[in-house]
Each structure stands twice: as structure tokens, then as C-alpha cells.
Design a protein around this ligand. Structure first.
Ligand SMILES: Cc1cc2nc3c(=O)[nH]c(=O)nc-3n(C[C@H](O)[C@H](O)[C@H](O)COP(=O)(O)OP(=O)(O)OC[C@H]3O[C@@H](n4cnc5c(N)ncnc54)[C@H](O)[C@@H]3O)c2cc1C
Length: 403
């Protein structure tokens, strides 16, 4: 078997890269260790910019949320954001990822599920992908899209064992439309709990068309060393009990199919070698405040495929040539990720004030939730946020509530 490009991992990063390459006539193989459709633990919430940049995903959207309620850790303060326009696009990962694979297939890519990659090897004139059954696949170029704890990153010494992660638990439970209306209104309100149960992270409720997605995530990078460690599962159980008290879940709601997962928090220092690049979670492209990653996965897959097409044309897949990829993603979303990364440690601090400031000044709340939720660019609105933060803090000092 010989291909121009082999893409390892058929999540949003891999399928996007395979689609872009195949529709430009490149002979591409998309591989995944799972047979598809497969599930992936995730909130499945997408900011509008995913649809804006990839309009073809529209049929894969399950439902839309038109507002959110954000709570402070003590639940004393809360901030409501109701909109006429969509706030969050919800997807069911099993269907969304399968839909993206099918789009890659339609564009002309070959897909093989149930194929686990155990190693890669880079030579001067080609590269090989080695499967767990010993089979070797020859290619000119490899794209590693195999998610957190990527084997491709590990085998090429691009990742570090000490990589900081966010640890998360999530469950997606069926609900009737009537229940969803009762608990989350027709606007399908998203509920966000900043530092729920005191964790260095947050918890969420994402209502969908026929189910509700509830999760909790803690950033290891922001954990206080002095804080006694509680298991995330215990915290999740306590959180569910609180949701029942708040009438955000029915009394008979049970915890089942709870799945654990990890996310990278910061991009790897370097994500290319001769004949190889990494995309998506494998490269560490995650919003370090919210854990959102599908947008970055798809965009990095798109950018990588463009660079590779140029490289194939020019017969140059050297690391010097592929360094363009690093420059391009940095210009696209890298600066925002870097800025957001500077605030990741805030998850370990007292967060009560921030939601209180939201209640003092709506504009500040809209800007900050817009930036963290991926609606607007941080680098563009940084100045406006600082000004509004000062304004909200002054109002807070004098406890002047907004009319
Ligand atoms: C609990 C949780 C909640 C999240 N919520 C959101 C959210 O609401 N919105 C959002 O945008 N992001 C969210 N994310 C992040 C999002 O899930 C990831 O950023 C996204 O899935 C990254 O896509 P990817 O294609 O890089 O990797 P993945 O989607 O992880 O896909 C990697 C693929 O590689 C395959 N693979 C792995 N190893 C091998 C191997 N050795 N051989 C062959 N195949 C292999 C896997 O089977 C998998 O299909 C969440 C993550 C978690 C854990």
C-alpha cells in the first residue's frame, strides 16, 4: 500500500485534513484504531465560528442553545445571557465525527477503521506507518491527529511525558423534549458552574435535542499543591446532587455511562519533523480556559493540508519547509491561545469576584464570556476587556448595580 499522505486518527482534525487533501486530488489514507461510528467523551459544544469557517458541517448540528447562565462557585452570583442569535451549536460526537469521516470519503479519501498505529518511521525519501498487526504502510507524508497522548507525537519525540492535562468526566443521558423544555427552557440554556465544588476548573450542562450532556473538568496546571485531593468522581456525584436541588435535573436522574478523558492544555513547542506534522489535540491545540478544541482541531487540519499540498507540488517535505505550518497556525489562532494560556492559572484562584463583576457590568461579562467561549478574538478585544474590567471593579467597589 502506498499513499501520498496517511492521516492517523479520524477525529475532527484528521477528517478535516483528509477531506481538504482528497478534494485536491491527493491520494490520502485516513486511519483510526476504532471502527466508526465511535463515541468520544466530549461536551460537543461548538462556538459559531466553527460553522462560519466550515459551513458544510451545518447538517451535522444536533441543536442550538440561545443563552447561558454562569454561576459563581458558591452559587451566590449568577449571570444570565439570553440571545436571539445562537450562542452554542451542539453536536453528538458519535454522529458529528462519523459525518466528517463520510465527507472525507465523499471527497475521495480512503478510510480504514480498526487499525491501531504503533509506530512511525521517517526515511529520506519516504515514511512508513506501522500497525499493531505488523503491517507497514508507505507514504510520502504523515499527519498525526491521534488525540491526547498521541502515539505519533511520542514516537517522534515531539511530546513530553510531563505534559499538563485537564482531567474531565462527562455523561450524556437521554431526556424527552418535555423534560428538556422544563429544565432548560425552549432556549435550551447552557449552565456553566465556575469552580463547581471548589475544583480548579468548571462544570457544564449542555442540553441537546434528545439528551443532556453534563461534565466537569479540572486543570492540573492550576491545582494548588496544598489543596487536599478529592476524587473527581466524588466531586461529580456531589455536583449532580446540587443540580437536583437546583431543579436543573429530575430527582430520578442517575449517574451512568460516566466517561473519563484527558485534554492537553498548552500547544507542544514543536509539532513538525521531516515528512510529519501534528494537528488537533495531538499538537495540544485546546482553549486553556474552557477546554474547547474542535475548532482548533479542524482549523489545524485545514492549515496543515494546505502546507502539505504545496510541499508535494514542490517535492519538498523537509522540516524546514513544514515549519510554515507552525507560522500559519500561530498567525491564525496561536496568538489567542497564548494569551488565554496566561490566564489558565486563574482556575486555581478565588473566582467569586469574576461572576460578581459580570453582574455589575453586562458589557464586561459579554466580552469576557465572548472571548473564552470563542465568539470573539482575545487579541482584538484585550484592550476593551481591561477597560471594562476596571469599570466593573469600580462599580463593584461602590456596589452600584446596573439598571
Ligand atoms: C470531557 C471533554 C469535553 C470536551 N468538550 C468540548 C466541547 O464542548 N467543545 C469542543 O470544541 N471541544 C471539547 N473537547 C475537546 C475536543 O473533544 C477535542 O479537542 C477534539 O476531539 C480534538 O479532535 P482531534 O481530532 O484532535 O482528536 P480526537 O477527536 O481525540 O480524535 C483522535 C482519533 O485518533 C484515534 N487514535 C488514537 N490513537 C490512535 C492510534 N494509535 N492509531 C490509530 N488511531 C488512533 C482515536 O480513536 C480518535 O478517533 C472536550 C474534551 C473532553 C475530554
Amino acid at each position: 500500500m502506498k499513499y501520498d499522505v496517511v492521516v492517523i486518527g479520524a477525529g475532527p482534525a484528521g477528517s478535516t485534513a483528509a477531506k481538504c487533501l482528497a478534494e485536491n486530488g491527493i491520494n490520502v489514507l485516513l486511519l483510526d484504531k476504532s471502527e466508526f461510528p465511535r463515541d468520544k467523551p466530549c461536551g460537543g459544544g461548538l462556538p459559531n465560528r466553527v460553522l462560519k469557517r466550515f459551513p458544510y458541517i451545518e447538517p451535522l448540528i444536533d441543536s442550538i442553545s440561545f443563552g447561558s447562565i454562569t454561576y459563581s462557585s458558591s452559587l451566590r452570583y449568577k449571570f444570565d445571557l439570553l440571545r436571539e442569535k445562537p450562542l452554542l451549536l451542539n453536536v453528538i460526537r458519535k454522529d458529528f465525527d462519523y459525518g466528517l469521516v463520510n465527507l472525507a470519503l465523499k471527497a475521495g479519501a480512503t478510510f480504514l477503521g480498526g487499525k491501531t498505529v504503533v509506530d512511525v518511521s521517517i526515511q529520506q525519501n519516504n515514511a512508513s506507518v506501522i500497525l499493531d498487526d505488523g503491517q507497514s504502510i508507505e507514504t510520502q507524508m504523515i499527519i498525526g491527529c491521534d488525540g491526547t497522548r498521541s502515539i505519533v507525537a511520542e514516537k517522534t519525540n515531539l511530546s513530553k511525558k510531563t505534559q499538563l492535562l485537564c482531567i474531565a468526566l462527562v455523561q450524556e443521558q437521554p431526556m424527552t423534549p418535555k423534560q428538556l423544555d422544563t429544565y432548560y427552557t425552549k432556549k435550551r440554556l447552557v449552565h456553566l458552574f465556575i469552580k463547581a465544588q471548589g475544583i480548579a476548573g468548571y462544570a457544564w450542562i449542555f442540553p441537546k435535542k434528545h439528551c443532556v450532556n453534563i461534565g466537569i473538568g479540572e486543570f492540573q496546571s492550576a491545582l494548588s499543591k496544598s489543596k487536599p485531593t478529592t476524587s473527581l468522581k466524588d466531586t461529580y456525584e456531589k455536583f449532580i446532587a446540587v443540580l437536583k436541588e437546583m431543579k436543573l435535573l429530575p430527582e430520578n436522574f442517575i449517574i451512568e455511562n460516566l466517561k473519563g478523558a484527558t485534554l492537553p492544555i498548552f500547544p507542544l513547542k514543536n509539532m513538525y519533523r521531516d515528512r510529519l506534522v501534528l494537528c488537533g489535540d495531538a499538537a495540544g491545540f485546546i482553549n486553556p480556559i474552557t477546554g474547547e478544541g474542535i475548532y482548533y482541531a479542524m482549523v489545524s487540519g485545514q492549515i496543515a493540508s494546505k502546507v502539505i499540498m504545496d510541499g508535494l507540488k514542490q517535492k519538498n517535505l523537509s522540516k524546514e519547509f513544514l515549519s510554515r505550518y507552525q507560522r500559519l497556525w500561530n498567525d491564525d489562532f496561536g496568538k489567542d491561545l497564548k494569551l488565554l494560556g496566561q490566564f489558565n492559572y486563574q482556575w486555581g484562584k478565588d473566582s467569586e469576584k469574576i461572576v460578581r463583576l459580570f453582574t455589575r457590568d453586562r458589557k464586561f461579562a459579554q466580552l469576557l464570556t465572548g472571548v473564552t467561549g470563542g465568539q470573539i478574538s482575545f487579541s482584538k478585544y484585550k484592550g476593551a476587556i481591561i477597560i471594562r474590567y476596571i469599570y466593573a471593579s469600580i462599580k463593584d467597589l461602590f456596589s452600584i448595580k446596573e439598571k
